[in-house]
Write a protein that binds this ligand. Sequence first.
Ligand code: MN
Length: 732
Amino acid sequence: MSPVIDLEAERQEILRQYRRLLRTAKPYLHGNDAKLIKKAFNQSLEAHKDMRRKSGEPYILHPLAVAQIAVEEIGLGTTSIVAALLHDVVEDTPTEISDVERDFGPKVARIVDGLTKISGVFEQGTSEQAENFRKMLLTLSDDVRVSLIKLADRLHNMRTLDSMPRHKQLKIASETIYLYAPLAHRLGLYAIKTELEDLHLKYTDTEIYNELKGKVKQSQSARNRFIKEFVQPIDEELKAQGFSYEIKGRPKSIYSILKKMRKQNVTFEEVYDLFAIRIILDVPHEQEKAACWQVYSIVTDFYQPNPDRLRDWVSTPKANGYESLHTTVMSHAGQWVEVQIRTRRMDEIAEKGYAAHWKYKDSGTPQPESTLEAWVNRVREMLETNNSSALEFMDEFRQNLFVKEVYTFTPKGKLVILPDKATALDFAFDIHSHIGLHCLGAKVNQKLEPFSYRLRNGDQVEILTSHKQRPTADWLNMVITSKAKTRIKDFLRDDKRAKADDGKFIYEKRLELIGVENTSENFQRLLAYFNVPTAQEFYYRLAVGQLDGREIREPLFRPVTQAVPASQPRKFDDEIQKIRGVHPNMLVVGERTDKFNHSLARCCNPIPGDDVFGFETETGLIIHRTSCHRAVDLMSNYGNRIVRAKWTDQLELAFLAGVRLKGSDRVGLVNDVTRIISTALKVNMRSIIIDADDGFFEGKILVFVNDTDHLNKLIQRLSKVNGVLQVERFDS
Ligand code: MN
């Protein structure tokens, strides 16, 4: 029996959310806007009226929430609110895109159409999913609002992921960290990016997430005390100088704390910058830069700055539009503290990203959005010129999302922003493909350099060209921008095609000379003989002399008497046998009851009790931990090959797991450790390595355990051994 639904209460809730949306949007509404939003709401309500979300709530609450995020957290206007309200009607209801166009005009229809094409995307196979992502980017270069609403949609889905089945949670969370968080970052939506990352962690590594969240909360009051004390002298001085401002202590996100812990291999307690101090100034636009540096001067009057940690994104904003002045100073308690200085406008841009730019554009103040626009243009260019497969493209695009930038200049002082690690050759292609294709070398800061020279911040670059210069295949190893790569590949392909034409001519002449008929059978025989995969390749080699035309002789064309035995088809059964079907009863996999041939992934070494998923391969199912470093990649790229897996209740079986110990060395320590392992807990050890140095030791022990409980018990016991400071599990 289905539970009783209080329809009246639901109706009230829907209205409440709708009114909230109107209230939030109100300051930005003009003329007919409110009417338009009401119309969109009513149509969406009607279209979705019989639908419910997985959580059981009325479907309309989802588009309402997406619209709310669009206006409140991204700062979008009426067109986007209307599009957000309608974003699922074409996909999920009988409404057609032409209906939307008739009722709301072409602008809204185009956005809804863009959103429709890209939803449901990740249900299918790998390349299809990449292809769909490419479509989304096409609309991004057409109208950035499509991507922004898509991000709002994703954010709401992530916030309500609880009601999804486990395997979908993993898939959606992985896609989020793979694509959407980087995209949010690239579009400058810092707050949304951070939340997406934290939610990803919450669903893929729940235990760690909860643990860190607890620790952040626990340390909060001590942190507040520290911040209050730290800020006090700055606060007084800012007041004395008549600034209008706000000071915030911003805690770092859980995800970024964990990232830091892993990268620097430190514990939570050892992460020193759990928060940053942010000073937000209310000053007119023309005084912004001076005011920021004035405040910098005040801060560093009280606290000594670390000269290596000054970041000036006020003079030169980041490519995603981010502006701020960062410094790290030494507090009186002997702790480094990051201080971020920015104006209200910069803060708004940093939190809400791109869309906020437009708001300021309306008010007539000049704004630095050129860098972001330049990026959108670059994406457009990539899409237009890229001939690689959708998958390759996505890889390249993702690389482009993350990278840091290097700031360089032309001889006339024009700023050229390139991805970090870009070379002089990338620079040449960025200026113009013609210059890139004929690049000989470069003068960097007046000094002659090869074009493989890796650019550094502040380099002034003059490209030297020659009309005789031609790209070769090894150029591909000297560039990192997709524009340069694409242009070089295009050139090589065209070049190869042209040469192949020459080769074909040579071939035909040769056949005439040796009196052999030009049939396809003869040609195939020749390809096989020289072991060349394609006709084009054959002609090409002939043209450039890699293959000597004189080797094409008449006897080669005589019928072969002895047939080459066809290669044996691979015996999959044998292959399957080779994969360890560790313990056939160990896993319940998906909903299937048939015994699945599975093995445990080497990269993350799962043991019973770990949160796991299965990955289908030709030879069987590989079980990975959901926290495996490869999980995100697998789940987001090969979502359709992910199978739900969980452990069944265990027989007493042993799994190999690694434990790492650190501490101060003392006589008898190894003895104590091994005694606990083998005697007290009756755990079998496979190997133990202990390195001691300067009174410290680090040990790695491989043990056989039954499950995570067993392992945790062991870790607990070991951490109580006198002298042991840290015990943790490690993989592979
Ligand atoms: Mn949706």
